[in-house]
Write a protein that binds this ligand. Structure first.
Ligand code: ACO
Length: 203
């Protein structure tokens, strides 16, 4: 397996790979000052076609991860799931997504491409997480929730049942979201309130 991006997020992906006995061959990163990460070699450019390699994009920023995924267009990489994650039957997890330790994904959930389900996050039954979303550590997505493309739900935030969150939204750490949220909104507090909007050109 190859990781794309030698970030802190990549360190966690190395740990996930280790937990399931997967081998990291090397890491790709264009920063020439970096030579290794947790003992794994970093190369600064890829030779040849990488579209058929088992590659996971190890970039935490949702917009950047999407840009790289659009360039690579690699359809074969599977989801990377920590051995201590609890993933229920009847759950769909699309390519390139990562599921971290102690997270719980309950039945009839769908998770799109290149999502991050971070440490100890909970995704309850029948919820839908769209491509490039990030559910941060300890966040709780209750039942029948929809999370739009590229949205980040901050650490420890809670989304109550049936709420629909738009695309490229940011939910602040610790927020409790009680109502539907439009595209690009930034939401903080309890109850969650919109304080501004992300720039739609950045998606
Ligand atoms: C493994 C990992 O590390 S995964 C990473 C997980 N990351 C997170 O959970 C981070 C989530 N991000 C946040 O909570 C951020 O504070 C954001 C995105 C909501 C806001 O960030 P910014 O756009 O920089 O806003 P800024 O810091 O200027 O704050 C704007 C206002 O909102 C308030 N505010 C910001 N974040 C929060 C929050 N989480 N809860 C309550 N109020 C908040 C600020 O106090 C400020 O209020 P004021 O105008 O009265 O002074």
């Amino acid at each position: 397996m190859i990781l794309y991006g030698a970030s802190g997020h990549a360190k966690v992906l190395i740990d996930i790979a280790h937990s399931i006995g997967a081998t990291i061959d090397f890491i790709v990163d264009d920063d020439k000052t970096k030579t290794e990460l947790l003992g794994f070699p970093i190369v600064h450019q890829m030779n040849g076609n990488i579209n058929n390699l088992d590659l996971v994009i190890a970039i935490g920023d949702n917009q950047t991860r999407k840009k790289i995924a659009d360039q690579i267009n690699n359809p074969i990489n599977k989801a990377l799931i920590h051995e201590n994650a609890r993933v229920s039957i009847d759950t769909r997890i699309d390519e390139g997504s990562v599921v971290m330790s102690n997270s719980v994904i309950n039945p009839s959930v769908s998770i799109g491409r290149h999502c991050i389900i971070n440490t100890s996050a909970v995704i309850e039954h029948d919820s839908q997480i769209s491509d490039f979303a990030h559910i941060s550590p300890g966040a709780i997505i209750t039942g029948n929730v929809k999370i739009g493309e590229g949205t980040q739900v901050g650490a420890g935030a809670t989304i109550i049942p049936g709420v629909e969150i738009g695309k490229w939204v940011t939910i602040g750490a610790g927020a409790v979201v009680l109502k539907n949220i439009p595209d690009y909104a930034v939401v903080v507090g309890t109850p969650g309130r919109i304080i501004k909007f992300n720039n739609s050109h950045d998606e």
